[in-house]
Design a protein around this ligand. Sequence first.
Ligand code: UDP
Length: 140
Amino acid sequence: MAIERTLSIIKPDATRRNITGKIIDRLESAGLRIVAQKRLHLSQAQAEAFYAVHKERPFFGDLVSFMISGPVVVQVLEGEDAVQKNRDVMGATNPANAAEGTIRKDFAESIEANSVHGSDATDTAAQEIAFFFAGTEIVG
Ligand code: UDP
């Protein structure tokens, strides 16, 4: 399997509840290495641009409002098969459907406030990493 990088976001519902460390422990325990990390408060323009793929969806406005409701922690995770591994550790979008032991099953509040984002493919991972990080900020 290839060593990959993926973009992770610990969302405002998780920073508000002070559980970033608990989430980071799940990621690291799964073999994902944090090679870049910063805490940000997204602007509306940044959140709209990041989720532009969803702009026609009915939940878009609420999602943007949620994502700017508090700080986030954005991370680059590195490891074997990192994109899929992170998706597996995250669990399904809706915590009601998430498998036992996943981050969303254990921590998410709702389908919207679901604690974490993870890139869904290697090409989107590269785009999402470049959205938040300069190459010099990533230290493998
Ligand atoms: N979302 C929502 N309502 C929905 C579907 C998604 O509020 O019906 C939010 C949720 O925060 C989700 C994000 O929009 O994580 C992006 O949706 P996507 O389908 O890409 O899910 P993900 O890849 O995050 O599992």
